[in-house]
Design a binder for this molecule. Structure first.
Ligand code: GAL
Length: 674
């Protein structure tokens, strides 16, 4: 992936999914007129159009799409052309019923929804390859088409397939991975419960079983499923690349995806893109949004990325679909932009009258253009136009948070010490602390080169390979500050407990191992004493075996009463901090002050409701400021607010809910090596 792989548009991209096949032809003309009014310059087209494009097997009808692309092009609107592989037509499943997905309990998924094709079906693979080739042949040089949008959200709604063909592919995949059954038996620890295999044909998939299934098999199954999805993606990409040169993307769902290891996917796409929706039950959903944006930028390895979908207001697929408040859509968009997005797009352009998503918000709502939502859509388009010079600028971070999808898959399996200790919850708590302190972070894989970061935080590194352990240890030895949360460094890549005590791969970096886990009963709490302060903790205590670390915090009560809870260790030129319990983001504050001091990081002094992120351009910094609170807030800064054109001579005053983007002189903050 290269920066110039970004679609050829003069400014930031603005628009959304456009599904005009749901509307009579005359509506298209109104659509392009309103798109122009809103400043839309890019739309994603054709994602669900297979049934129209190939109404009968081998019969392709492109006339309507030709006309649509001409219309968009004539009106200066570029196209992100979808391949419709997420939703094969009725005739396909009628003709090839074995191409449907089988669930772990044997249920075969029926037609009438979307995303129900089996990645293992040879007919499905042949059909998507042919469709991609047909589209690329026809539109590979079309002036409207600036990029390709392959499939839609891989792994959603179903990724795993337990049908006979998938199981046959699984066996082939395992044979390639392990070569011999001895190696497979060793990796899966099949001596336990007498699961040894002596014939490849006997190897099963982790479908429904009487009790917990072999966790190492389950972890490999997750890797296999992800790889199968990528194989399908590659098939389409190759078919497109044979006829077309525009960049290819597929829309990820960074922190919300489960089945896709985005570190691997990030290497396959020309440009990284993401979809993000607020989770209504989360009253601080803008923090989850920021996390997702930082993760997406990190998957893009710092390159500009595209927000391909978010919502103008309510979604329709949660239990209670809360509408966005006036100004909230703009705040959301500015957070994505601040964290590196060069495209702000929505699902979808015009609200659907029929179908499963008729109550989902859109850029043009059912109420039509005379509506609050459309007025805000027009305002956002004007803002993005005013911010064109930001395009291509980069976010710099001094802190990395470790994120590994393999560790997520392994940690959240059944039968672990406590169901209450969860990957995503810990990730959020630590991220939220950093967010509230206004410390911008990248995410990184535990085996990445981390030497440019002052601080590395590991909120949930249950699976940690030997190589990752060595990487983190030499990071600390070289002068880095490492903060590790409990239940980390426990198993290797086969979900086998590391020898030498829990956490052994980090023994040198942290100066400890863990002798025994002491989880709490549901709802129980305890106290930790740290520097004379009493912190409230829950879920997890443990018996730490010190080998050099200095005790900073102690369990005051609960199952670990009197034992160390929080430690700091000097190894080489750096420090390894360890938190052996679950602390809320607020309680983590007391730990972080020491960690920041070691890392040489100064948390922000401004109001907590203010989100402040910097993008570095060639000659200026652009400071994106979002006020998530209701009250007015102030920020000390000198520069020009690009949204209002006004000069700021020291104090930016931002009303509750408002946003600003300030062009300033370049600061030294961010990205400087330690
Ligand atoms: C996305 C999907 C879109 C639409 C949207 C609704 O996950 O890609 O097609 O369904 O959700 O929020």
């Amino acid at each position: 992936m290269t920066a110039d792989a970004f679609p050829a548009l003069s400014g930031l991209a603005y628009g959304g999914d456009y599904n005009p096949e749901q509307w009579p032809r005359e509506v298209w003309d109104e659509d392009v007129r309103l798109m122009q009014e809103a400043g839309v310059n890019l739309v994603s087209v054709g994602i669900f159009s297979w049934a129209l494009l190939e109404p009968k097997e081998g019969l392709f009808e492109f006339g309507w799409l030709d006309e649509l692309l001409e219309l968009l092009h004539a009106n200066g609107i570029a196209v992100d052309l979808g391949t419709p592989s997420v939703s094969p037509p009725a005739w396909f499943f009628h003709q090839y019923p074995e191409s449907r997905v089988t669930l772990s309990d044997g249920t075969v998924m029926g037609f009438g929804s979307r995303g129900m094709a089996s990645h293992a079906s040879t007919e499905y693979r042949a059909a998507i390859e042919r469709m991609a080739a047909e589209l690329a042949q026809r539109y590979g040089t079309h002036p409207a088409v600036v990029m390709w949008h392959v499939h839609n959200e891989y792994g959603v709604p179903v990724a795993e397939d337990f049908g006979p063909r998938a199981v046959a592919s699984w066996r082939r995949w395992l044979q390639q991975r392990y070569e011999t059954l001895e190696a497979l038996n060793a990796a899966w620890g099949t001596a336990f419960w007498g699961q040894c295999y002596d014939d490849w044909e006997h190897v099963v998939a982790p479908a429904a079983t009487p009790t917990t299934v072999n966790p190492a098999m389950k972890l490999d199954w997750a890797r296999f499923t992800d790889e199968q999805l990528r194989e399908c993606f590659r098939l389409e990409c190759e078919a497109i690349r044979a006829h077309a040169t525009q960049p290819i993307t597929t829309n990820f769902m960074a922190h919300q995806s489960w089945n896709t290891d985005l570190w691997k996917w990030g290497r396959e796409v020309d440009v990284v893109s993401d979809d993000h929706y607020l989770w209504c039950a989360d009253e601080e959903a803008h923090i989850a949004l920021a996390l997702s944006a930082d993760l997406t930028r990190s998957v893009a390895r710092g390159n500009p990325w595209m927000l391909l979908e978010h919502s103008t207001s309510a979604v329709n697929w949660q239990g209670r679909n809360v509408a966005k408040r006036p100004g909230e859509m703009r705040r959301n968009a500015m957070t994505h932009l601040g964290r590196g997005a060069d495209a702000i797009m929505f699902f979808q352009w015009r609200a659907s009258r029929s179908g499963a998503e008729k109550f989902h918000s859109a850029m043009v709502p059912h109420a039509g253009p005379q509506s609050r939502v459309f007025r805000e859509v027009v305002q956002l388009g004007a803002h993005l136009k005013a911010l064109e010079e930001i395009k291509g600028s980069r976010v710099m971070a001094d802190v990395a948070v470790l994120y590994d999808w393999e560790s997520l898959w392994a940690q959240d399996l059944e039968w672990r010490p406590s169901d209450d200790l969860q990957f995503r919850e810990r990730m959020r708590a630590y991220y939220e602390r950093l967010w509230c302190d206004d410390v911008t972070v990248d995410f990184a894989h535990p085996e990445d080169d981390l030497s440019r970061y002052r601080l590395v935080v590991a909120p949930a590194s249950y699976l940690l390979t030997k190589a990752a352990g060595e990487n983190l240890t030499s990071y600390v030895a070289g002068g880095g500050t490492l903060l590790v949360s409990c239940f980390s460094g426990i198993v290797d890549e086969h979900d086998r407990v590391h020898e030498g005590g829990f956490g052994a791969p980090l023994r040198d970096a942290l100066g400890l191992t863990v002798e025994e886990f002491l989880p709490l009963r549901e709802g129980a709490t305890m106290s930790v004493e740290l520097d004379g302060e009493r912190l409230s903790a829950d879920v997890w205590a443990e018996h730490i075996a010190l080998c050099g670390a200095q005790v900073r915090g102690t369990f005051a009560d609960g199952p670990g009463a009197g034992l160390p809870a929080i430690t700091r260790h000097t190894h080489g030129d750096g420090q390894g901090w360890y938190v052996g319990t679950r602390l809320s983001s607020a309680e983590l504050s007391a730990v972080m002050s020491g960690v920041y001091a070691d890392a040489g990081i100064a948390p922000a002094a401004h109001h907590e409701a203010l989100e402040v992120v910097t993008r570095r351009g060639d000659s200026h910094d652009f400071v994106i400021v979002v006020n998530h609170g209701d009250a007015d807030a102030e920020l000390t800064i000198i520069g020009t607010d690009l949204l209002t054109g006004s000069r700021i001579d020291g104090t930016l005053e931002l009303a509750g809910g408002d946003v600003a983007v300030v062009r300033t002189a370049q600061s030294r903050q961010g990205g400087d090596h330690r």
